[in-house]
Design a protein around this ligand. Structure first.
Ligand SMILES: NC(=O)c1ccc[n+]([C@@H]2O[C@H](COP(=O)([O-])OP(=O)(O)OC[C@H]3O[C@@H](n4cnc5c(N)ncnc54)[C@H](O)[C@@H]3O)[C@@H](O)[C@H]2O)c1
Ligand SMILES: [Zn+2]
Length: 403
């Protein structure tokens, strides 16, 4: 047998992408929305504008007016929000319209205006169409502005699994207008603050301080800083900036997730299973928040997180108006299954991020079934009574750590 002959190919592709915060995005005087993103050619031709259904109802007229006034050739497609619509069929609908209007490889990047669902669907379609074209992302929910806006990922739910099909394909331009959050329902704003809370817990104690102090105000004012107490201090603006900056810093280190140990996965270990199966349905940030609490209980029981910090976390969750627990988090069988499912996504490692304080983390790979059962017991108690004193339910666990 002769020795095999090998050719080794080596190439790198540089990705630069911009996240721009602006105001009055749909005002024809603001050029950002119609701007051709860097590297996407000189335009000419029709661009597809995909809108979330609710966004179309609220802002459709202004968006259409914008493109008419600025003389940009566009066609429109409206898609439903909500995770039930994050499907491959919706991706094909987008692809079909891109084909119909003759979208080019670079010069006519589509524009996606909507929450995480529309972004994930359009992003995936753009990454598949002609093997990948640029697009512009305009996130319209808080969750998507602070979390999805920085992400390189697209995806759809498939065969009962969250984000089972998807791609890595960051768009060259993301445009954020915090003013759009003014119309987002309170429940969705709270869900978005759940992701901000995650970011605060893993790396930003100042952000946690803002959520702790201003939680209810942030929800009431939809982060618009419109009240007498917030006009000067602008906690809404700071919360958004710190959350985006934290996310950008973390993702930049490991954008393609070649390292499966990611602190930004905090809150995303036990929640995916719950999020897919809870009825009535939970929003993404609601499930993430409960996972943050569950993981904080695990850390406290290990003697790594002080009781006082656990109490502050649960108090802040309640003050934002989020539920700290849910019957599925109180069910040890579900939690063990959830961990097993997530481990398959992490090459059979737990790589679990646990807190050692607010804004400080460690990775662990040795959480036992007994620990999961124990944390589930606390979650069941919290679900029955969200105000139950944690010192009582965690009483048997003060493993040599000062409160
Ligand atoms: N790709 C990523 O990295 C990434 C990151 C975070 C979340 N996600 C995904 O995003 C999804 C959740 O995103 P979401 O919470 O934005 O959900 P969503 O897109 O379903 O939007 C939530 C609801 O808000 C409505 N809406 C959107 N903008 C509005 C506005 N300005 N005013 C009033 N209503 C508005 C929508 O119609 C929808 O009913 C999940 O599927 C999650 O997996 C992806
Ligand atoms: Zn998330």
């Amino acid at each position: 047998m002769t020795e095999p002959y090998r050719w080794t190919m080596r190439a790198t592709r540089r990705y630069d992408y911009e996240i721009v915060e602006t105001t009055n995005l749909f005002d024809p005087g603001n050029p950002e929305l119609g701007r051709q993103p860097d590297g996407s050619g000189n335009g000419g031709g029709t661009r597809l504008v995909v809108m979330d259904e609710t966004v179309e109802e609220i802002y459709g007229q202004r968006i259409r007016h914008y493109f008419t006034r600025t003389g940009t050739a566009v066609e429109y497609l409206t898609l439903p929000g909500g995770d039930a619509h994050k499907t491959f069929e919706q991706v094909l609908r987008v692809a079909s319209r891109l084909t119909a209007i003759g979208t080019n490889r670079r010069g006519t990047p589509p524009i996606a205006i909507g929450g995480g669902v529309v972004q994930d669907v359009v992003g995936m379609a753009a990454s598949l169409y002609r093997r990948g074209i640029p697009y512009v992302r305009v996130p319209t929910t808080l969750l998507c502005q602070i979390d999805g806006s920085v992400s390189a990922k697209t995806g759809v739910n498939y065969e009962g699994c969250r984000n089972r099909l998807g791609t890595f394909a960051p768009p060259p331009l993301t445009l954020i207008d915090r003013g759009l959050i003014a119309s987002v329902p309170a429940r969705q704003v709270r869900s978005g603050l759940g992701e901000a809370l995650k970011m605060a817990l893993i790396k930003d104690s100042s952000l946690f301080g803002l959520l702790e102090e201003y939680g209810p105000v942030l929800v009431a004012e939809r982060l618009q800083d419109s009240g007498p107490d917030t006009r000067a201090l602008r906690p809404g603006r700071t919360v958004m900036h710190r959350a985006i900056a934290g996310m950008a810093e973390e993702l930049q280190k490991n954008l393609w997730e070649t390292d499966l140990k990611r602190i930004v996965d905090y809150g995303h270990t036990f929640s995916p299973l719950v999020e897919m199966s809870a009825r009535p349905e939970l929003c993404h940030g609601e499930a993430v928040t409960m996972d943050c609490v569950f993981s904080a209980v695990l850390a406290h029981h290990r003697g790594r997180l002080r009781l006082r910090d656990l109490e502050r976390i649960v108090d802040t969750v309640r003050r934002i108006g989020l539920a700290p627990s849910h019957p599925m988090f109180g069910d040890p069988t579900v939690m063990r299954q959830a961990l097993a499912d997530t481990m398959r996504h992490r090459d059979n490692h737990q790589y679990l991020t646990l807190l050692t304080g607010i804004g400080r983390t460690e990775f662990v790979d040795d959480v036992t079934e007994a620990e999961i059962n124990d944390a589930a017991r606390v979650m069941a108690a919290l679900d029955r009574d969200p105000h139950i004193p944690l010192a009582d339910v965690c009483a048997s666990h003060h493993v040599g750590m000062a409160a």
